[in-house]
Design a protein around this ligand. Structure first.
Ligand code: SAM
Length: 320
């Protein structure tokens, strides 16, 4: 929701400021509305915010901000790509703004990236208004973009991938991504992953007061994949610490030595990284105690019949 706020009520000469209130009640001062459009799947807003620069919101939830999108995208992509000995074929499920695509393509081992996003309008808008983020990623000859529901795609395809990255919007009741967080979905994803492959999933908030969805995802993915690890990154524009869930069938997901990571980054031709390097990689093992403790406990598994949704400010999204 966008509202106009006058700093001095009643004064006609003071310019009004637009305020974006998101689904959690957090507010962003807005300098300019770049795009406000409703598609068959979601409400897209691209806004120039005072603190975070250009921001993409979908259904009132921030997806990326100019000032820190590299933190989210690098932490989603590089730890897993570096743990994999030679990632060639990569599948991105979601990923609309192209930041994940951009980071994957930095690796010179990659021969083919397929990005499957349900909403052509999001990709079109991001190409036009967030061109600096996706740079030339969408034009790279290794890129293939398919407009389809990610679940329908993995059910249909018989291809397999070295790395699969699920970069979806949060599961909101009746939202477009709500069917892509269940045990049944991850079982099919497992079939599409190469034997030595790695799955990466945007793992939601890992803040102590917001853990339910992350833990349900963690437990669900751990039912399907024998090896699962989590790392996290603070994202200022999300006002939150975000989890990244990494899983594999058999590939070791141990933390590598910083010099080995830096050597691999250089050998892969990954230049221009701003967040991730060998030193940052060595901190992947530094999850706080409360989180490790919570992950070791029992609790709900997400299934098609028993979904879990993100809890938003209107209280409408809770466990079914
Ligand atoms: N960086 C974001 C975040 O905050 O986690 C998520 C990135 S991206 C913008 C999310 C994308 O998922 C959107 O472009 C949306 O269209 C796509 N999406 C949602 N549901 C989907 C589905 N069922 N299949 C494929 N893509 C989907």
């Amino acid at each position: 929701m966008l509202t106009s706020v006058s700093p001095l009520p009643g004064s006609a000469i003071v310019p009004t400021t637009l305020v974006k209130r998101d689904a959690f009640g957090d507010e962003y001062d807005v300098m300019e509305v770049v795009l406000d459009k409703v598609t068959p799947y979601q409400h897209i807003e691209i806004l120039d915010a005072a603190t975070f620069g250009r921001c993409l919101f979908l259904d009132d939830i921030i997806q990326s901000a100019e000032s820190d999108e590299y933190i989210y995208h690098e932490s989603m992509v590089h730890p897993a790509m570096i743990m994999h000995p030679c990632p060639k074929r990569v599948l991105i499920i979601g990923g609309g703004e192209g930041g994940i695509l951009r980071e994957v393509l930095r690796h010179n081992t990659v021969t083919q990236v397929t990005m499957v996003d349900i909403d052509r309008e999001v990709v079109r808008a991001c190409k036009k208004y967030l061109a600096e983020w996706n740079q030339v990623a969408f034009d790279d000859p290794r890129t293939e973009v398919i407009y389809a529901d990610g679940r329908a795609f993995v059910n249909w395809t018989r291809e397999s991938w070295d790395v699969i990255i699920s970069d979806l919007t949060d599961p909101v009741k009746d939202g477009p991504s709500s069917g892509l967080f269940s045990l049944e979905f991850y079982e099919v994803v497992n079939q599409r992953l190469a034997e030595d492959g790695i799955l990466v999933v945007q793992g939601e908030s890992v803040s102590p007061d917001e853990l339910d969805l992350h833990l349900a995802m963690f437990r669900t993915i751990a039912r399907v994949f024998p090896r699962v690890r989590v790392h996290s990154a603070e994202i200022p524009s999300f006002d939150d610490t975000w989890g990244v869930i990494v899983a594999s069938k058999r590939l070791e997901l141990g933390v590598l030595a910083p010099c080995e990571v830096d050597r691999t980054i250089a050998a892969r031709g990954c230049s221009g990284l701003r967040f991730y390097d060998g030193t940052k990689h060595s901190l992947l093992n530094s999850l706080p105690h409360y989180l490790r403790l919570a992950q070791s406990g029992q609790g709900q598994i997400i299934t098609d019949d028993q979904p879990v949704f993100i809890r938003t400010n209107d209280g409408s999204q809770t466990s079914s």
